[in-house]
Design a protein around this ligand. Structure first.
Ligand code: PLP
Length: 397
């Protein structure tokens, strides 16, 4: 049976209530709304969009983002980048430094396949090694200076270091200074909008200072990329609208948000803006099954700590049991405290929960079951999940 035929059989035979659980369920109408909304927003704001594949790890999702107008795909890992390039997707940007020999070799192999692959860097030694790797395959690699906006994770710590690194990139024979990355991960989930807007504006002021200094150094960055789901409107519109503190223009030329495409309980919990609700809707649930009903006031499900990421809020139940309290009861078990006055659903009933934190939950699954209403219409592989410690080589005989 070919994979395509197998998928057709599974899709034809299945409805939302007959899939096997735990399963990741993508609501296509909601997903399409999110994809279109962010694409429209960026178009209207005059910004390019390079959505982050770290959220979905799926070339099928990425292809739809590109079809809606995205100029490329941001990737957190070399595995994600390899899958996106193999799928023929343009504008792959690696948003984390690659420093080991193995990863730099894999990046060079990607560059051979796709001349527009780019990577960020925050270290001159790393830049020299990227240069040597690009030299070996005879192509120029685009490298962006990563600027730390206060998260203290990766990135050059200041303006002088950023200019020095840009000079090193521009001076390297086999590299091209492609621009600046400035991602404020520590600000995405600041719960209050006013606080998030003020902090984002202050952080992006350092990005603007770097852009200005690079201009003075004769190295104006063509790309200034950053932003996420929590700050995308602030990143784009500037503090003028968001803080009431006067005119301010964003230094960014493009946004690289990830979570917006499916949303999650973590983002739903923060205040989007003073004047508006989230324009994105939760599109991804984990569906679990009631497997035991003996304890009064609760039912037990097949969705435990291997079915949901544990770093966010608890799974948020939607549908008839909305308001019920989800708790983990083991690796393969969940416990749902029934809302007052609600009778326990019969054995085998399905319960859907908005994912707590989308990225790490998706990374637990091999595929998403795609539904329109109750009909299963597709199965999309999460083809960039997992890690490879060694390059794929032909099996030894
Ligand atoms: C470098 C970078 N860019 C963009 C994003 C996307 O952020 P979000 O999922 O909040 O939109 C992330 C998320 O962790 C990230 O690490």
């Amino acid at each position: 049976m070919t994979a395509l035929f197998e998928t057709a059989v599974r899709v034809g035979a299945a409805s939302r209530t007959t899939i096997d659980t735990p399963a990741l369920v993508l609501d296509l109408d909601r997903f399409e709304h999110n994809v279109a909304t962010m694409a429209r927003f960026c178009r209207d704001a005059g910004l390019a969009l390079r959505p982050h594949a770290k959220t979905h790890k799926s070339s099928t999702v990425a292809r739809r983002q590109i079809a809606a107008g995205a100029i490329g795909i941001a990737c957190a890992t070399i595995e994600e980048a390899e899958v996106m390039v193999a799928a023929g997707l343009p504008g792959v940007l690696l948003t984390s430094p690659l420093v080991s020999d193995g990863k730099i070799a894999r990046l060079a192999a990607l560059l051979r396949q796709a001349a527009d692959v780019m990577v960020v860097a925050d270290d001159a030694g790393n830049v020299a090694r990227l240069d040597a790797a690009a030299a070996r395959i005879g192509r120029r690699l685009g490298v962006l200076v990563d600027l730390d906006l206060g998260q203290k994770r990766v990135g050059v710590p200041g303006i002088a270091e950023g200019v020095a690194l840009a000079r090193a990139i521009a001076a390297a024979d086999n590299l091209r200074f492609a621009g600046v990355q400035t991602y404020a991960g520590h600000l995405q989930h600041v719960a209050g909008h006013a606080e998030r807007a003020a902090a984002t504006r202050a952080a992006l002021d350092s990005a603007r200072a770097l852009v200005a200094a690079l201009g003075e150094a004769g190295l104006p960055p063509a790309i200034v990329t950053g932003g996420g789901t929590g700050t995308f409107r602030i990143d784009a519109r500037g503090g003028d609208d968001e803080t009431g503190e006067g005119a301010w223009t964003s230094p960014l030329t493009e946004l690289q948000p990830g979570s917006y495409v499916v949303m999650d309980a973590e983002y739903a919990d923060i205040q989007f803006a003073q004047d508006a609700d989230w324009p994105f809707v939760p599109a991804l649930t984990v569906q679990v099954t009631v497997i035991s009903t003996h304890v009064p006031g609760q039912v037990t499900t097949d969705g435990g700590s291997k079915a949901f990421s544990l770093d966010g809020p608890v799974p948020r139940i939607v549908g008839p049991l909305a308001g019920g309290a989800y708790a983990f009861a083991g690796d393969e078990y969940g416990r749902v405290g029934l809302p007052p006055g609600v009778a326990p659903p019969p054995l085998g009933s399905r319960i859907e929960c908005i994912v707590p934190h989308c990225d790490p939950t998706i990374a637990l699954y091999d595929e998403m079951v795609v539904v329109r209403g109750d009909a299963v219409v597709a199965v999309w592989p999460i083809d960039a999940r997992g890690r490879r410690a060694l390059p794929r080589v032909p099996p030894l005989r």
